[in-house]
Design a binder for this molecule. Structure first.
Ligand code: UDP
Length: 323
């Protein structure tokens, strides 16, 4: 298939693009490089630098069978500081993309959504049918795209799959040997921050140890980026005209911040120093996915554990550090 990957110069988009190429698809990446990196665009992919608003129609007019849509702003804190930017970019950019797909009759899309649409869930694990009450403009803008896409599927016959990611981690080696991994600036995510602390001798901050959890730190559901990419390929194969489906993507098991740090200590062999800091605004105590629906419908399950995520991410951190 000819596939447009928006945001394919970013962490998750680049790993999925690499897997699509390995599976024999023809891939074009569209990315404005606001947070992505040109050297993350996998070998063998076409690349266009630009925004969805300016370039989606032009890129799709060259011919496409499907879109995998990752391009978005994704920092919760930044979204609270600059909500209008998140609405304009995440919802506005997606609508421009959907309009271009409608005009050019591109029939299928897999959309990268987030557990942030659930806000502070009432229970764990969270199912797709649970209430969506986002607590940040980031989560709200992603939920708005979910809703818009559902409408486009109903009105215009798009085949759409919406994947709600929990905590994505790890790195993947592409076919040419390059490692693709997480390098946000600023980095806010736990595993890369813990590993950066291991690499530099700095200390890592734990944001709150007074949550109502067994060890007092937040519990999250971590999923390896390679497993996540595998789910995208299955979702692509499951797109059917006029149908939209929503799937959570997680491991179904939760790990606390302390447990993550312990696994990172074991993997690196470094006694990473820790400071307990204040809670970070908007962090729910427990966020764990039920992935029963995608297991049943697409026969997908997470195959890689937290240790594999930490080990692959550590390899990526070391390779970047040695540049
Ligand atoms: N966290 C932390 N120190 C860090 C980064 C994150 O203690 O340097 C905590 C954060 O408060 C949350 C968990 O680790 O409880 C996962 O945070 P992350 O930003 O990786 O993902 P989120 O669940 O916010 O999407």
């Amino acid at each position: 298939m000819r596939i447009l990957v928006t945001g394919g110069a970013g962490y998750i988009g680049s790993v999925v693009a690499a897997q699509l190429i390995a599976a024999g698809h023809e891939v074009t990446v569209l990315d404005d490089l606001s947070t992505g990196h040109t050297d993350a665009v996998p070998a063998g992919a076409g690349f266009v630098k630009g925004t969805l608003r300016d370039c989606a129609a032009e890129v799709l007019s060259d011919g496409a069978d499907a879109v995998l849509h990752f391009a978005a702003k994704s920092l919760v804190g930044e979204s609270v500081a600059e909500p209008a930017r998140y609405w304009a970019n995440n919802l506005g950019g997606s609508l421009a993309l959907f309009e271009a797909m409608r005009e050019l009759r591109v029939p299928a899309i897999v959309f990268s959504s987030t557990a942030a649409v659930y806000g502070e869930p009432e229970r764990a694990p969270v199912a797709e049918t649970d209430p969506t009450r986002p607590t940040s403009p980031y989560g709200a803008s992603k939920l708005a795209v979910d809703v818009a896409l559902t409408e486009f599927a109903r009105l215009y016959g798009f085949g759409a799959v919406i994947l709600r990611y929990f905590n994505v981690a790890g790195a993947q080696q592409a076919a040419d040997g390059t490692w693709l991994g997480e390098r946000h600036n600023p980095e806010t995510h736990l595993i890369p921050n813990v590993l950066a602390a291991a690499a530099t001798g700095r200390r890592v901050q734990v944001f709150g140890d007074d949550y109502p959890t067994p060890d007092g730190t937040c519990i999250r559901d971590y999923i390896h980026v390679t497993d996540l990419a595998d789910a995208h390929l299955r979702a692509l194969g499951a797109c059917q005209p006029g149908r939209h489906r929503i799937y959570n993507l997680g491991n179904g098991a939760g790990f606390s911040v302390w447990e993550v740090i312990e696994v990172c200590r074991e993997v690196t062999g470094i006694d990473i120093g820790v400071d307990v800091a204040a809670r970070r605004a908007g962090d729910p105590a427990v966020l764990v996915a039920s992935s029963a629906r995608i297991q049943a419908d697409l026969d997908w399950r997470a195959r890689r554990d937290l240790r594999a995520m930490a080990a692959n991410a550590w390899r990526f951190t070391q390779l970047r550090g040695s540049r």
